[in-house]
Design a protein around this ligand. Structure first.
Ligand code: TYM
Length: 331
């Protein structure tokens, strides 16, 4: 049986990008694989959240994982900071991670641009912490969006280097994985290439958004003046809307509007109305569950407790073995 692992930083509510990048079909997955899903709250410290925000956001992601269908009995759902073995493995991996390769990482370069006042060492070593998350359970498959591809490549690098250094075949090579065929990058609604929490007003559709909010955001989505030549290539902003339709709407709906575009008969207003209807229908079951689960304190804390115990057991085993490989021995 393969081990599947995925994580989400607790920086706010989950959006459709998170869902299609890391979660779609995971309900099915948890029936056939050994699945770990966690909340990367150590990672979120790189942007210095306040204690109040941190706890609330961790709880929100926990609730939303459960609402999206994660079964805490079948999968292991846990909070990264409750499994301190992760931090220990991070320490070991940092000894074999080189400054040059960390500095070349695209996400580090992006962060330097985004927060020049806070270029901390945690940002630089973000990929080693992510590698520790994955290697601590010796995961084979990592469901992620396209933006995490380079981090996965670095994880393989660090795992292989550890194996070579100690002449063992201990860590497997984890592969990035999407439940569809290819890794996805879900675009935003405001013309930006990526749906994300910090990509500006109206960019993201959150799983918890009320129908009216979704409708407003979708109707405001950026479009252009419309095609003038048959089968004209779609500009990026139009591609975005079509791509969003592809993930939430029926294939016939997508094909219909595609045909309308190709024959220059498209009315973007109609397309957006349909997209909003389909997004509302898609998120509906989760929206209701988010409210119900959020109100059930006992269920939430019980889920966190079960997950903590299962994750701890697996992580402690890895740390015991890694310590032995490195050469730490009790006296
Ligand atoms: P984060 O919190 O930014 O995003 C969580 C997951 O959602 C995916 N995602 C997207 N996928 C497609 N289109 C989008 N627009 C989109 N936006 C977000 C991300 O690719 C990710 O899969 N470093 C990670 C968290 C992490 C992790 C891990 C993931 C820490 N340790 C170990 C996997 C394994 C991050 O910041 O994701």
């Amino acid at each position: 049986m393969e081990t599947v692992l995925s994580g989400i930083r607790p920086t706010g509510n989950l959006h459709l990008g998170n869902y299609f990048g890391a979660l779609s079909n995971f309900v099915e997955m948890q029936n056939h694989h050994n699945c770990y899903f966690f909340i990367a709250d150590f990672h979120s410290l790189t942007t210095h959240p306040t204690p109040g925000d941190l706890h609330g956001n961790v709880r929100q992601v926990l609730v939303e994982y459960l609402a999206a269908g994660l079964d805490p009995e079948k999968s292991t759902l846990y909070i990264q900071s409750e499994v301190p073995e992760v931090a220990e493995l991070y320490l070991y991996l940092n000894m074999n991670a080189y400054i040059g390769e960390l500095e070349r990482c695209t996400s580090f370069k992006d962060k330097i641009r985004q927060q020049p006042q806070n270029v901390n060492a945690g940002l630089l070593t973000y990929p080693t912490l992510m590698a520790a998350d994955i290697l601590i359970h010796r995961a084979n498959k990592v469901p992620v969006g396209k933006d995490q591809e380079q981090h996965l490549e670095m994880t393989r690098q660090f795992g292989n280097r550890f194996n070579r250094m100690y002449n063992v075949d201990y860590f497997p090579e984890p592969q990035a994985f999407n439940f569809g065929k290819e890794l996805v990058k879900i675009p935003g609604l405001n013309g930006t290439g990526k749906m994300g929490k910090s990509e500006g007003e109206g960019n993201a559709i959150f799983l918890s958004d009320e129908p009216e909010v979704i409708r407003k955001k979708v109707m405001k989505a950026v479009t252009d003046g419309g095609p003038t030549i048959q089968n004209q290539e779609k500009p990026d902003v139009i591609q975005n809307i079509f791509q969003l339709m592809k993930v939430v709407s029926a294939p016939e709906t997508y094909n219909f509007f595609d045909e309308m575009y190709n024959t220059c008969q498209i009315r973007y207003g109609d397309m957006k109305k349909q997209l909003a209807v389909d997004m509302i229908a898609f998120t509906e079951p989760m929206r209701e569950k988010i409210k119900a689960i959020s109100a059930d304190e006992k269920y939430v804390s019980n889920a966190a407790r079960i997950g903590r115990e299962k994750a701890h057991e697996s992580a402690a085993k890895t740390i015991r073995e890694v310590r032995e490989i490195i050469g730490f021995k009790p006296f």
